[in-house]
Write a protein that binds this ligand. Structure first.
Ligand code: AGP
Length: 611
């Protein structure tokens, strides 16, 4: 996610802003910038693609100083990483930084262009500052122009505005993206996260959604964007140490990222769904009806956790779009001389967008003339740039080596691809598509519920942390989640774990079952439920221990198990997201109890850029 720092006070602000960005670097970014009101009462803006060192180099050539300003590190969501797309963005007397996704930016941009406004970037953020400039010219009132601008925005934002005609003011607003206000007796700070301001103050006010704050050198006023009424919040005293602060108070990045998943899923589907019209619009996929109607086969290719997302998508796409889907590990696909041509849609999936085997698989597809698309989490990554079209997950930077929020947002992106395909080709009715979209809109709430019940998973972890082997069993679209759960456990706790299609038990794995081989079983209501119950009985009959994740009501597994965790009901295609969460938490808690390096497990890298 982007990082924002704002400052107004009596001291020189440049170093405060740059140091603040450094303390937000863990959030991940691909460009940075700063805007300061100089002694000449003019706005001075310096931006650069890349890391903060590059910005500091530029600042040595183009120095800025002053005691009012904003700074920003950008994690690209709209528009590639570049200096033109870096924040702050300017229009008229305003410089603005933003974190979030403006869903209706394209419509607003068209309106502004039709009124003669020109744009220099591909970002949704530049639309905000152009809109503000237009509203200010229309109303002649700065505060009113800010209120009017925010009223036209749909989506999420944390933004800070500097106005060279109001050198003693900062204005900020928040909706769904993080923004805090910190202050001392003589200075006011705005930041995306606590670490940026800890060196200066521990007194903070956490802004609520749809709140606006007007700040000058002597105080601030918070008001509601909705009704304009003043809001008063008690300041908090932050007692985190700097290391804790980087993880927003979580012990590990992985745990933070597990709990960020509902937000990441919302950001991912809101970047492509018009919730009012219940329509899906991919900005950069380049996959229209004509093309889709010519596709005879889909190849989904990835590595590791991303491969498990591809396995789930096979069930989804074949069921909803009625087109054959092959799924391959990238390392195998690239070396088996696959049969590809223009009638094949190759979709590669990669969080980092840099995995060597996946890049090679994509190149194989490009060289053989397939239609090639990518689902990635990093804007401007190699794979994103190589493919003929891309769907971005909006998980934000994933720091923990074990992939969690990237995985669940990949599942959502693949679900959206399947719905887009089914809608474009008429394989599903308008009503069915609207229901599938409604199922997705309800998903984050169910995710929050699962994450809220996590205490039981910690109890399981304490009971089973010393076992040497685990078996994960499931059927249908949950089978890949058994594989994913086993991968999570093995890669961060170093316990041997295998995921298996439960129907295969009699074909071998049942020989493994005894009291020393705990079995995690995933049960979903539906045609496969009874078969899964039979598998549980087989395991219990051989003194195996069974931990059950079950969709339904407590006790639905008939007391056959040694532990039961209830999952809220959802569709076949979204239940994999819900079942993933307790498996991520189980692996996490076992690893913490076993004292492994959860965020940096031995021998692993976050992105395998070498073969
Ligand atoms: C997932 O927990 C692992 N860290 C690993 O399997 C990862 O999914 C795999 O290396 C693929 O990475 P990518 O999605 O960045 O291509």
């Amino acid at each position: 996610m982007c990082g924002i720092v704002g400052y107004i006070g009596a001291e020189e602000g440049k170093d405060i802003l740059i140091e603040g960005l450094r303390r937000l670097e863990y959030r991940g970014y691909d460009s940075a910038g700063i805007a300061m009101l100089g002694a000449d009462s003019k706005l001075h803006i310096v931006r650069c693609q890349g890391k903060l060192n590059g910005l500091e180099c530029k600042l040595r050539e183009e120095p800025v100083s002053g005691n009012v300003g904003v700074a920003h590190t950008r994690w690209a969501t709209h528009g590639r990483p570049s200096e033109e797309n870096a924040h702050p963005h300017r229009s008229g007397p305003f410089a603005l930084v933003h974190n979030g996704i403006i869903e209706n930016y394209a419509v607003l941009k068209q309106e502004l262009e039709s009124q003669g406004h020109s744009f220099t970037s591909q970002t949704d953020t530049e639309v905000i500052v152009k809109l503000l400039d237009r509203e200010w010219q229309r109303t002649g009132d700065y505060w009113e122009a800010v209120r009017s601008t925010l009223g036209k925005l749909k989506g999420s934002y944390a933004l800070v505005i500097v106005n060279e005609q109001e050198p003693d003011q900062l204005i900020a607003a928040k909706k769904e993206s993080p923004l805090i206000l910190g202050f001392t007796d003589s200075a006011y700070f705005l930041a995306s996260d606590v670490p940026a301001i800890l060196p200066y103050t521990r007194k903070v006010v956490y802004l609520n959604d749809e709140e606006l704050v007007f700040i000058n050198r002597h105080g601030y006023r918070i008001e509601s964007v909705v009704d304009g009424k003043e809001r008063v919040h008690e300041p908090h005293w932050v007692d985190w140490n700097p290391v804790m602060a980087e993880k927003a108070g979580y012990k590990h990045f992985m745990l933070k990222e597990i709990y960020e998943q509902p937000r990441a899923v919302i950001d991912t589907f809101r970047s492509v769904i018009d919730l009012e019209r219940k329509q899906i619009r991919f900005a950069e996929l380049n996959l229209d009806r004509d093309l889709l109607n010519r596709i005879k086969k889909v190849c989904l290719v990835a590595c590791g956790t991303s491969y498990h997302a591809a396995l789930v998508a096979k069930y989804m796409i074949e069921a909803l779009c009625r087109v054959p889907v092959e799924v391959d590990l990238a390392s195998e696909f690239r070396s088996r001389d696959p049969v590809l041509d223009e009638s094949v849609l190759l979709v590669v999936i990669s969080q980092s967008g840099e995995t060597a085997d996946t890049r090679a698989a994509l190149k194989e597809g490009i060289d053989k003339g397939a239609q090639c698309r990518a689902i990635v989490n990093v804007v401007g990554s190699s794979i994103a740039r190589m493919a003929h079209g891309v769907i971005y997950t909006h998980a934000g930077p994933e720091i923990g080596v074990a992939s969690t929020k990237a995985f669940t947002t990949q599942l959502v992106a693949l679900y959206l691809l399947a719905l887009h395909w089914a809608a474009e080709t008429g394989r599903q009715s308008v009503e069915a598509i609207e229901q599938y979209i409604q199922d997705l809109v309800e998903l984050p709430g169910k995710m929050e519920k699962v994450l809220g019940d996590a205490e039981k998973i910690g109890i399981w972890a304490r009971k089973y942390m010393h076992y040497k082997d685990f078996l994960y069993l499931a059927r249908g679209p949950l089978y890949p989640i058994a594989l994913e759960g086993a991968l999570k456990l093995k890669e961060i706790s170093y316990i041997h774990a295998e995921g298996y299609a439960a129907g295969e038990m009699k074909h071998g794995p049942i020989a493994l079952i005894d009291e020393d081989m705990p079995v995690m079983v995933l049960l979903k209501q539906g045609p496969l439920f009874e078969k899964m119950i039979s598998n549980v009985q087989e395991v219990k009959a051989r003194d195996g221990q069974v931990l059950t994740l079950i969709e339904g009501e407590p006790g639905d597994s008939g007391g056959l198990n040694d532990g039961e965790f209830v999952i809220p009901p959802s569709s076949d295609w979204l239940s994999p997201v819900l079942f993933s969460l307790p498996l991520q938490l189980f692996a996490y808690h076992v690893a913490v109890l076993r004292g492994t390096d959860v965020d940096q497990p031995r021998n692993l890298a976050k992105s395998v850029t070498v073969e």
